[in-house]
Write a protein that binds this ligand. Structure first.
Ligand code: PAF
Length: 300
């Protein structure tokens, strides 16, 4: 199976490296981090996990040539980079390729669907965590389940092959018929953890260790939950809060993706996380003042 990872940063390189190690023909495409691409070309991709170092020989490129005959294209760019990435790859994109996004947030799907038939589009959520340590070096920061679902259409034997490959690669993956619900359940967690850790410049554990932030995070999660109910989420408020707190506890030492962006002076995914809740809340006439406040405070 030929796979092209578009936006091979931390998570994209991790997925690509593991899939290459399992025997897939993988290309890592990243036009904006040339140093990362060069390091992989010269030394392979280095994946560090605790004391273990995995080195994978995997082709890396800054051009779109490899896309033409890809069976699977993984979109791993930041949510706000999706439109630009899709414009870049569209001329080489094959309408037969499966296109998979496990990006954080919601709302970037529309940018992908401008170029990809909805029955070839796979959306996913993942609890895998990765950090870019430097050019060619990724830390496998957290292991957890990945769930994939087809945007439109039934499960097929082609999807069975993709899932089997992910399993062989050590990426615990399941198919879901309810991917939209799962996206919104994950969104609730990101709404509560990401902006607060970013604003207070603290690792995820602060959400449970600081009683005031814990209270605020719970209220943000409940507000997001009211909107998420329109997308199939059936959690109670207590369950939604418990999920936020469990993730914050389990990833207590992690620096959230939003805080990483803020520390590096980069734009954040706020428009696709709390901003998405605000937009959807307005459409549904559900007030979301806390999510609006966090969206305004983070700014971009
Ligand atoms: O965006 C993130 O950082 C992650 O999705 C999460 C779950 C908040 C853990 O850091």
């Amino acid at each position: 199976m030929k796979i092209v990872i578009v936006g091979a940063g931390a998570l994209g390189s991790l997925f690509g490296g593991l899939l290459a190690r399992a025997g897939a023909s993988v290309w890592l495409y990243n036009p904006s981090n040339v140093a990362h691409v060069h390091a992989i070309q010269h030394n392979g991709l280095r994946v560090e996990r605790d004391a273990e170092l995995i080195t994978v020989a995997v082709p890396a490129t800054t051009t779109t040539e490899a896309l033409a005959d890809a069976d699977l294209v993984g979109i791993f760019v930041k949510a706000y980079q999706t439109a630009q990435a899709m414009e870049q790859i569209a001329p080489k994109l094959n309408r037969r390729s499966w296109v998979l996004s496990v990006q954080n947030g919601v709302g970037m799907e529309a940018e992908i669907l401008k170029f990809v038939p909805s029955e070839r589009f796979l959306r996913g959520v993942t609890a895998q965590g990765a950090t870019l340590l430097g050019p060619g070096r990724v830390r496998w920061a957290g292991v957890g389940p990945t769930k994939l679902g087809r945007w439109e259409g039934p499960f097929t034997s082609e999807l069975e092959d993709i899932l089997a490959l992910f399993q062989r690669a050590g990426i615990e993956t399941e198919y879901s018929q309810e991917i939209e619900r799962l996206l919104w359940e994950k969104l609730i967690i990101n709404c509560a953890i990401n902006p607060l850790t970013a604003l207070f410049d603290q690792p995820n554990g602060v959400i449970v260790h600081d009683s005031e932030l814990r209270e605020i995070a719970g209220a943000v999660a409940c507000e997001a939950l009211r909107v998420a109910r329109a997308h199939g989420v059936t959690l109670t408020e207590e369950e939604a809060i418990a999920r936020v707190e469990t993730v914050a506890q389990k990833t207590a030492q992690n620096i959230s993706s939003m805080l990483q962006d803020v520390r590096r002076g980069r734009p954040t995914e706020i428009a696709y996380i709390n901003g998405a809740v605000v937009r959807e809340g307005r459409r549904l006439r559900i007030p979301t003042p806390l999510n609006l406040l966090l969206t305004r405070l983070i700014g971009r």
